[in-house]
Design a protein around this ligand. Structure first.
Ligand SMILES: Cc1cc2nc3c(=O)[nH]c(=O)nc-3n(C[C@H](O)[C@H](O)[C@H](O)COP(=O)(O)O)c2cc1C
Length: 381
């Protein structure tokens, strides 16, 4: 099947859903509890209209975005996703290469199963590192130093996982690393032979980035237990100071902000940017959609820090709405995962190209020749 036949992110999702066993599909698609947050992220974008202006010369449309002193080809990048390699062996590296080729940033998760040094080398100038600050501060500082030494361009500290999320699909499926081969899981895999063969050939992924801190030759299982044990409910605003000290002067971004006062705290703590995010509806089911909170947050801190957004983006128009309401940049999680699950690196490239093309057409349709022309007057709430 040719990735170019996919016209939309929804098309990539359909192919991905066919290829993935239910265990992995549910991990990628799922949210928490009733999954109201996942739905709200989409509904909130759908509730916003874009009001076009006509007879504006849009023959030259510019969708390049400048962020932290450098230009990217489009105003969005790839959000950090843990365990992406479960959707296809090598997925992290495929996402990194596709992002670099398209000249957009890619954020590697602490919970990825590819070494951060490998990703930094695969996407020179385009790789950022997302930190789940481990409970053991020496480990956290070493991770940050490694990300810096490897040449990662920005550090994204995710703050919206104070405690583990109640993901009921995963609990029902017995989802955990290493994948447990129950009769139900085996039957699921038998129905998805292409995925199962690729996994069998490459072996199960493990949390490579934490391997140096675990006992030598730790199994995938003990690494997973180690990863879980390192989630710290005690992480607090004061901790950003030592994270900043370990990271140095490159951009430091706080991801998972939904409240105006937290946005202010992030600025006071010295963050160079924030990502307004509800973790794709995967942490607090009752969290508002990020796009609902964006206007207030952008009004409060938009002049002092770089406000970015993720959650529910499936169309270029969603990104245009976020930029019009005050975001400088956006990130996509599942959209890129659908691409890599469906077609590998070509699928990620396709996902990026689809969104970039939709942004371009949308700018033309509404009469905004560049991102700088966007503002709240384009959005009907
Ligand atoms: C499968 C999956 C794994 C994720 N893993 C992480 C992670 O390790 N760290 C993190 O900060 N966010 C993680 N996220 C959240 C994304 O970075 C992002 O906030 C979210 O996916 C945006 O919503 P969208 O999927 O609707 O685009 C994950 C999301 C998904 C779908």
């Amino acid at each position: 099947v040719n990735p170019r036949r996919a016209l939309s992110i929804a098309d990539l999702r359909r192919v991905a859903r066919r290829r993935l066993p239910r265990l992995v599909r549910d991990y990628v698609e799922g949210g928490v509890e009733d999954e109201a947050g996942v739905a709200r992220n989409r509904l909130a974008f759908a509730a916003l209209g874009l009001v076009p202006r006509y007879l504006v010369d849009v023959s030259a449309r510019d969708r390049r975005a400048t962020l932290f002193g450098r230009a990217y080809a489009a105003p969005f990048g790839l959000a950090p996703v843990g365990l992406a390699n479960l959707s296809r062996p090598g997925a992290d590296a495929m996402m990194a290469r596709a992002a670099a080729a398209a000249d957009v940033p890619m954020v590697l998760s602490t919970a990825a199963t590819t070494r951060l040094e490998e990703i930094a080398a695969a996407a020179p100038g385009h790789a950022w590192f997302q930190l789940y600050a481990p409970r053991d501060r020496r480990i956290a500082e070493d991770l940050v130093r490694r990300a810096r030494a490897a040449g990662m361009n920005a550090l994204v500290v995710t703050v919206d996982v104070p405690v583990p999320a109640k993901r009921e699909r995963d609990a029902r499926n017995g989802f955990a690393l290493p994948l447990r081969l129950s009769p139900a899981t085996l039957a699921d895999m038998a129905l998805h032979p292409a995925w199962a063969l690729a996994m069998a050939r490459h072996g199960q992924p493990r949390f490579e980035n934490l391997a140096p801190y675990a006992p030598p030759r730790a199994s995938a299982q003990s690494l997973a237990a180690f990863m879980a044990s390192q989630i710290s409910p005690a992480l607090a605003w004061a901790d950003l100071a030592w994270i900043r000290a370990a990271w140095g002067d490159r951009p430091l971004i706080v991801k998972g902000i939904l409240a105006v006062d937290d946005a202010r705290r992030a600025v006071e703590a010295g963050a160079d940017g924030i990502v307004v995010s509800n973790h794709g509806g995967r942490q607090l089911d009752s969290a508002p959609a990020p796009i609902e909170m964006l206007p207030e947050i952008a009004a409060a801190v938009g002049a002092e820090t770089v406000v970015m957004l993720d959650g529910g983006i499936r169309r270029g128009a969603d990104i245009v709405k976020a930029l019009a309401l005050g975001a400088r940049f956006c990130f996509v999680g599942r959209a890129a995962l659908y691409g890599v699950a469906a077609f590998g690196e070509a699928g990620v490239a396709r996902a990026i190209a689809i969104l970039a093309d939709e942004i371009d057409r949308c700018l033309g349709q509404i009469g905004a020749p560049s991102l700088a022309a966007l503002g709240p007057g384009f959005v009907r709430r």
